[in-house]
Design a protein around this ligand. Structure first.
Ligand SMILES: Cc1cc2nc3c(=O)[nH]c(=O)nc-3n(C[C@H](O)[C@H](O)[C@H](O)COP(=O)(O)OP(=O)(O)OC[C@H]3O[C@@H](n4cnc5c(N)ncnc54)[C@H](O)[C@@H]3O)c2cc1C
Length: 394
């Protein structure tokens, strides 16, 4: 493997870095006020950074491959999981899914407006009673008078109450097979949404509850072939999980930077705390977790690049999917524990949201739940090694 950045990657990352520096003081303020950061969109929009992995044929799409996009999300992740989660919902789960499964007409109709930031996307799979087992979902659709009508609820949807266009999954009415995916415009009759309050973390990210009450969807807005909803969802989760892994690497980097800085300054027992060997051990552990997470994420992203280049190669896709699951699981857990170690190094100051480690500790907890919980991914990783007859989900 070659670990050198190309000149193009360096250029992209310098623009992303500049934009991230602009967003940091704003995110700091919104975090302490515990409210949705509505400046992420205009700031990234102005920098034309909302369509990295989307083909240049669609508006401001930049045609970046999965590895380059992972590098971008790593940098964004340093600013916090809330900001990165916005990108996961809008780009990784929303736009990328539309790019992969949409008809040319759907892509022309929506992608340019999503890459410019005029339309925000979200991805609605989870329901109040269907999370790890999406096949048990209840949302249904029926076709009447040339349109589809959706009924049901979706819960815990990132960007859900701010989105303009949502990828939504539903079964034909009265059935529990033949799931379909739809592009739902949130201006449609029968759609409503509200933000979820009192979350443990991610106060600056929108997480919505969605209601479909005979919500009308145009006949042109089924996404992918009829009955292929689960395949649409699973390929979306590959992009989504990679985005979580990459963002978690960014969090690990930020925890390391913060911990080193604090340990160099704070004095106890007449020494900089960085001279205490037990503090050095904590710093070493964060660094080891950072570098291992980074390597796994880059390997997973490199496999996704290859898989994207050969979309009909099922084996390559399964290999990329497995590595992405491992990278997401490993980096999400490593970032959570790195945040915990950084809080410990900060002592009581670590217990305040005024300091970044506390925010990372609260926010990274979500990464072990969304896009496949720890338990689901542990089983997915093991089943590949044991053989499909050990499949636990059927
Ligand atoms: C902040 C946030 C943002 C989110 N964003 C989105 C989004 O944009 N779009 C979207 O569709 N969803 C989103 N989700 C939902 C998320 O994907 C689900 O929460 C997740 O899939 C788990 O589902 P659940 O919460 O219903 O838990 P459940 O599935 O009810 O699981 C409860 C517990 O049981 C365990 N469990 C379940 N099945 C098994 C099994 N077979 N073996 C062992 N243990 C098992 C789980 O691991 C978990 O510990 C988001 C969630 C959060 C917290």
């Amino acid at each position: 493997m070659n670990f050198d950045l190309t000149d193009e990657q360096k250029l992209i990352l310098s623009v992303v870095d500049e934009t991230c520096q602009k967003i940091r003081p704003i995110e700091d303020r919104f975090y302490l006020e515990r409210r949705f950061n509505d400046q992420v969109l205009p700031i990234f929009k102005e920098a034309h950074l909302l369509g990295f992995p989307i083909s240049r044929s669609y508006g401001e799409g930049q045609g970046a491959d999965a590895l380059t996009y992972a590098l971008v999300l790593e940098r964004v992740g340093r600013e916090g999981t809330g900001i990165r989660t916005f990108f996961s919902g809008h780009v990784s789960l929303g736009q990328s899914t539309l790019q992969k499964w949409g008809s040319e007409e759907q892509k022309q109709r929506y992608l340019p407006r999503t890459t410019s930031g005029e339309l925000i996307m979200a991805f609605g799979l989870t329901e109040p009673t269907a999370g790890s087992d999406p096949a048990s979902m209840k949302t249904s659709f029926e076709e009447r008078g040339g349109s589809y009508y959706l009924n049901g609820q979706k819960a815990w949807i990132s960007n859900g109450s701010i989105a303009d266009l949502i990828v939504v999954f539903a079964y034909p009415k009265g059935k529990s097979e033949g799931m379909c995916a739809f592009l739902v415009e949130t201006e449609a009759e029968g759609f409503s949404a509200e933000p979820i309050k009192n979350k443990l973390g991610l106060p600056t990210s929108d997480t919505g509850l969605l209601y479909f009450n005979d919500c009308r969807v145009s006949r042109d807005n089924m996404l992918g072939p009829p009955g292929k909803g689960l395949s649409v969802a699973y390929t979306a989760l590959m992009s989504g999980r990679l985005s979580v892994a990459a963002g978690s690497v960014g969090v690990l980097q930020d925890c390391l930077d913060e911990a080193v800085k604090y340990a160099r300054e704070r004095v106890q027992h007449k020494k900089k705390i960085g001279k205490h060997q037990l503090i050095q051990r904590e710093i070493a552990k964060i660094s080891l977790d950072l570098e291992s997470s980074r390597l796994m994420t880059y390997k997973a992203a490199s496999l996704k690049v290859k898989s994207d280049e050969s979309p009909d190669n099922y084996e390559l896709r399964a290999e990329a999917d497995w590595w992405i699951a491992q990278a997401k699981y490993y980096a999400a857990n490593a970032s959570f524990w790195a945040a915990d170690r950084a809080v410990q190094i900060f002592g009581a100051n670590g217990f305040s949201f005024e300091n970044r480690p506390a925010r990372h500790l609260a926010d990274t907890r979500a990464c072990r739940i969304y896009e496949g919980t720890d338990q689901i991914l542990e089983q997915k990783i093991a089943i590949k090694l044991l053989g499909s007859e050990f499949e636990a989900f059927s």
